[in-house]
Design a protein around this ligand. Structure first.
Ligand code: COA
Length: 529
């Protein structure tokens, strides 16, 4: 059992806690914007039409009082589009079956898909496929956001491709159509295994009456072109005609019940709560990420019984590795301790990842790294080779990976510690997280050194005043672009979470992962570096 050295009464803990709570208040405000959808006027109009909001639909679809792990609620943050990207996406339990659920938010520009909605939608399908989770779409969308069609139209074809590939892989797809689903959008029900349409509400056609008039001269109306009743009785595109939205959700639940879905992964052992309270996670991360913190304090508040069997504790001490359980699921944990990764840490990580693959144990990466060590001694000692070895192990490891960005995630440390490009099954950030190619001050400093050398080479006098202004501007820009909200807005993670929820979120992810069979191991025996 980990013996915590944290003193929650200390002034330092209280300061860190206050700083984290301030960031969480900002996070709440951003989440409230996503929940607010298109704003009061559009929400009222939607309700006045007798329709349920996207989140109400999700809530009625999932089992009563069951949790919903919402994904990417900050999508589009920092862009010209409303936070949330006009779509709700997440993992919820329907009739005891964990499913990926997406719901268009018709209060935001008619539910039209902008470039961030597209990313969110593709990510949802990817999660469904890799974790073998039935995929349920609650459809009501104005199709592509027309002014940004150039960003959406061509890559957007993947939405429909993914639907049929999911089906081909044996993952069921369900479309509940509540309203508009026209043009390209018509292929969402078109490509789904099961289709439910709401009477007098669903409109599914390749072209609406005005377009048909323009194309062929034919006079038509919404109902005969793409109404729910027509599709249920004439075209056969709808398998079920729902009387109203509640009926559609009821039918959706019964479709999932009839899938007779069985999870194929590992079954968890009985779970035990950690000894130390999750609330203390608020006071661990320093306000200044240059100050290191002991990740064992985090593990002690996330792992079952606060138990952690550390591997190679005396070797490569800047990276903590070891075995634990979370909600009864065995995991291997890799956590940065003092920020920098040296050759020893890289070799230790490589060996540990191979051991986890040998025992088919999922890995949890707790990131707080400033990257691999630079400098003559380290280069001569082969830091590139050793970092490459770790990145190789992470890339080719076949057990599921989960990543939490707790603090810094700079340079190739982001890669070695299983950043987004290394395909962790899920990646969440704490509000304290910062990711970039390097720290803002270092980046501005490097730019300044390069500019100065370039000026000297041309025989020019270097403008010190302009240099200072450039540094300040670049530092501010990189700082903004390193922050968790900004990166979450671009879907470089699956959401920013409250540190206190880390154990719950990881538990839900581990359960979701085990809907799929445990993957086959990759080739070799364990190399002892
Ligand atoms: N792209 C960009 N903006 C869109 C949009 C789209 N595809 N669809 C709707 N919007 C905007 C509207 O211009 C409107 O903006 P405003 O309130 O600032 O004026 C807002 O979203 C709400 O649309 P509105 O038409 O008032 O909502 P509605 O609920 O009455 O109707 C639709 C919704 C989707 C039926 C209707 O907007 C529509 O037919 N849109 C175009 C559908 C289409 O042909 N899409 C192309 C498919 S590829």
């Amino acid at each position: 059992m980990i013996r915590s050295r944290l003193d929650p009464a200390s002034e330092e803990h209280q300061r860190r806690r206050a700083s984290m709570l301030a960031k969480l208040a900002e996070l709440d405000a951003e989440h409230a914007r996503a929940v607010g959808g298109g704003g009061e006027r559009y929400v009222e109009r939607h309700r006045a039409r007798g329709k349920l909001l996207a989140r109400d639909r999700v809530e009625l679809l999932i089992d009563a009082d069951s949790p919903f792990l919402e994904l990417s609620p900050l999508a589009a943050w920092g862009s010209d589009f409303p936070v949330g990207a006009s779509m709700v996406s997440g993992i919820g339990v329907i009739e005891g079956v964990e499913c990926v659920i997406t719901a268009n938010d018709p209060t935001v520009r008619g539910g039209a898909s902008n470039p961030w909605t597209l990313k969110k939608s593709l990510r949802a399908a990817d999660i469904a496929l890799r974790n073998r989770l039935p995929y349920v779409n609650l459809v009501e969308s104005g199709g592509a956001d027309l002014p940004t069609q150039k960003e959406i139209f061509i890559p957007g074809g993947q939405i429909f491709r993914d639907l049929t590939r999911l089906s081909a892989a044996g993952v069921p797809t369900v479309a509940l159509v509540f309203g508009n689903s026209t043009a390209g959008g018509a292929y969402v029900p078109g490509m789904s295994d099961y289709v439910v349409m709401v009477r007098e509400r669903a409109k599914v056609f390749l072209g609406g009456p005005p377009l048909v008039k323009m194309a062929t001269g034919e006079e038509s109306d919404d109902e005969s072109l793409g109404g729910a009743e027509m599709h249920a009785k004439v075209s056969g595109l709808a398998d079920h005609l729902a009387e109203d939205e509640y009926d559609a959700l009821r039918i959706g639940r019964s479709i999932v019940r009839s899938l007779n879905w069985r999870k194929r992964g590992a079954v968890p052992l009985p779970a035990r709560e950690p000894i130390y309270p999750a609330d203390e996670l608020l006071g661990i991360v320093p306000e200044d990420l240059k100050v290191p913190f002991d990740p064992r304090e985090v593990i002690a508040r996330v792992a079952d019984g606060s138990e952690f069997e550390e591997f190679k504790p005396a070797y490569g001490v800047s990276l903590v590795t070891g075995w634990a359980r979370i909600h009864g699921y065995p995991v291997g944990v890799l956590a940065n301790a003092q920020g920098v990764l040296f050759s020893e840490e890289s070799q230790k990580a490589t060996q540990f990842i191979q051991l986890a693959n040998q025992s088919r144990t999922p890995l949890v990466f707790l990131q707080n790294t400033t990257g691999y060590m630079v400098g003559k001694d380290y280069e001569q000692g082969g830091i590139i080779k050793h970092g490459a070895m770790m990145i190789n192990a992470v890339s080719n490891s076949t057990v599921p990976h989960l990543t939490i960005v707790m603090g810094a995630s700079y340079g190739a440390g982001n890669y070695g510690m299983c950043g987004r490009a290394y395909d962790p099954r899920f990646l969440f950030s704490w509000p304290s997280a910062k990711s970039a190619v390097m720290g803002p001050a270092q980046l501005a400093g490097v730019l300044s050194i390069v500019s100065r050398a370039s000026a000297l080479a041309k025989g020019q006098v270097y403008d010190e005043e302009a240099d200072a202004a450039m540094r300040a501007m670049v530092e501010a820009q990189i700082e903004t672009e390193s922050l968790a909200f900004f990166l979450s807005g671009r879907l470089y993670d699956d959401g920013v979470i409250d540190p206190r929820d880390t154990r719950t979120v990881l538990g839900m992810c581990l359960s979701a992962i085990n809907s799929a069979p445990v993957p086959e191991p990759a080739g070799f025996g364990v190399f002892r570096p």
